[in-house]
Design a protein around this ligand. Sequence first.
Ligand SMILES: Cc1cc2nc3c(=O)[nH]c(=O)nc-3n(C[C@H](O)[C@H](O)[C@H](O)COP(=O)(O)OP(=O)(O)OC[C@H]3O[C@@H](n4cnc5c(N)ncnc54)[C@H](O)[C@@H]3O)c2cc1C
Length: 388
Amino acid sequence: MTYDIIIVGGGIQGVATAYELAKRGAGKILLLEKTFLTGGSTGSCAAGIRAQFGSPFNVKLMARSLEIFENMAKELECDNDYLELWQGGYLVLAYSEAEFEGLKRNVEVQHTYGLKTNVLSVEEVKKAFPRVNVEGVYGATYHDRDGHADPFHVTFAYAEAGKRLGVEIREWTPVDTLLTENGKITGVRLQDGSSVYAERVLVCAGAWTTSLLKTVGIDLPLWGEKHEILITEPWERLLGPMVISFSRGYYIQQRPHGSFIMGIPPEDPRHWYRPDEFDFSSSIDFLLRMSSEATNVLPFLKGVNVVRQWAGLYEMTPDHHHAIGPLEDISGLWVAAGGSGHGFMFGPVMAEQLSKWMMGEPMDIDLRPLSPDRFKKGALVIEPAVVG
Ligand SMILES: Cc1cc2nc3c(=O)[nH]c(=O)nc-3n(C[C@H](O)[C@H](O)[C@H](O)COP(=O)(O)OP(=O)(O)OC[C@H]3O[C@@H](n4cnc5c(N)ncnc54)[C@H](O)[C@@H]3O)c2cc1C
């Protein structure tokens, strides 16, 4: 079978890009997913969405991504409640004077792009968020349009909208090898030995991207990093914003149905260059560190029971930015991966801009600085506001 574009990977990135490409009339699109839609990092994530970044590039992208999330139900023709978009803001706490100064610098960047982020003194935090323990806190920033959504439903809504536009989605269909001829992509070989053909292939395989690119001799510095996360029983609404600290690494949110979801990075992160060997086990170490941090910041959590914990992969790059765009060495081969712990929130805007790029339309936000070849050229793009 021959298609115009084959997309590998059924996480937020692949599915949203399939929809955006179909919307722009990209022709016959096939999306291949080795397990089920959201079966990779998208289905393990906290789905936090924030525009509180520090690099102008990320702020600009996330300002647009917020707009997309805010209009998503209409765009994808689904119910707003289905997407579970909760805009209770992100409260970013600073635990040193230097950290607070850094956050204030980020806010200046955010103001440049029209975001109304507030800088809060400790007194203001206490007044606005009395349940937050401010011991050791020097100040905070708060942006009320930040929040979170349901990563499964957002991805499924894109998939359904894509299918209505003719996108073909095949789950449980692992790609084994990318196929090339004379420096050009020609398609992919599936694990069952059959092949499908296209002049353009977009790899959105998250932490598995590196393994696939290796099949055509491309070495991308992108790896999986194990992160654990937990969810509690549902409680009455006690927490509006996502409470987060970049220096201590934790994030804590309350879902619309009342459960708390929270995570904290490992002290000694393990890197997985071959994610198929990934160890998804949960650790007591994470449970203890997370509970201790969470009940310190939000003491009311002391009586809440944990119901489940799990682990997933951040798909990391050396500068914590995506690798997105065409590969110079193989014509027709594109990649969109490497969200580095923020790939869910960036998914919609990356999909929108990447589809314009692939269709030869002008991008509103120029993604070319994030081209995957930047690593071998040493042209990294630095972001100061990251967890872990
Ligand atoms: C614990 C945790 C918390 C997180 N919290 C947040 C957060 O709050 N906000 C946020 O924005 N991000 C968060 N992230 C990061 C986010 O989950 C990812 O950045 C994002 O989901 C990446 O999406 P993706 O589509 O690029 O990759 P994935 O969701 O990993 O999708 C890639 C897909 O490709 C498939 N695939 C792989 N190899 C093949 C193959 N050979 N053939 C066919 N299919 C293949 C996989 O099965 C997978 O479904 C978190 C991640 C974790 C682990």
